[in-house]
Design a protein around this ligand. Sequence first.
Ligand SMILES: Nc1ncnc2c1ncn2[C@@H]1O[C@H](COP(=O)(O)OP(=O)(O)OP(=O)(O)O)[C@@H](O)[C@H]1O
Ligand SMILES: [Mg+2]
Length: 253
Amino acid sequence: MQHDSFEHFFDEGLVERYLLPLKHGKEASVHLFRANPRTTDEDLVALKLYHPLDRRDFRDETLYRDGEFIKERRIRAALAKKTAFGREVQGGLWVSREWETLQTLSAAGVPVPRPIEWTGDAILMSYIGDEQTPAPRLQDHAKADPEELEELWQRCHRAIQHMLYRDVVHGDLSAYNVLVWEDDITVIDFPQAVDPKKNRHAQAFLERDLRRLGEFFDKHGVHHPWERIATDMWTGWLFADLVPEDLRGELTM
Ligand SMILES: Nc1ncnc2c1ncn2[C@@H]1O[C@H](COP(=O)(O)OP(=O)(O)OP(=O)(O)O)[C@@H](O)[C@H]1O
Ligand SMILES: [Mg+2]
């Protein structure tokens, strides 16, 4: 399979061979490539290619963009009026939001794919899995071993908290956007992530993220008071600046 949007990554010497399509999602398709290890430090990489704008499922994104000020008046107006140009800008915003969020979180050591390079409609990132098998999603993780599930819940909980302390609320978290590989998790799919310092709906998004994961684990016999956990996590983050510096390490991440 060849695609115009792949060319940049070949030209830059980042990928050497197209291997196979991994997944065709609502907003993007994801493809597996053999990487050039000298330029990427990886053997295999995943390329997330956003669908052309007219094929993308445009959710109402007013809630996600709350608190963000777009400086240029022309762009602001186009976004508000949902003109063709506005949709183009909106599409670009999704990709750049995912790219920036992956960079922030990866640098902070949160378990997310490592972003390598991007264009206006695609993001090249480290691949989770091996050549035969891509990492299954938490949703498809068939193993019912309760101890393992408990450990996975703990890892999800830690990742959500870690993200929050880097001013990121995922906003679309569920067992579909967590990959499980070698007992570890990787959180994916960030185009709708919000900054809790700016977005007035961030607490509601955090609660929904924890609820969706909490309900998944509930269904599989791992019970945690995720409602209270969400409230405590939010309050803890909100007041973290008031905690004396020398105590912070014990209380936050
Ligand atoms: N870095 C990666 N390594 C391995 N597999 C990946 C990677 N990134 C994405 N995938 C696979 O591709 C799928 C789609 O990725 P993602 O969730 O980012 O896109 P999406 O368009 O939102 O898809 P969906 O509509 O299914 O949520 C994931 O469920 C996962 O199976
Ligand atoms: Mg997804």
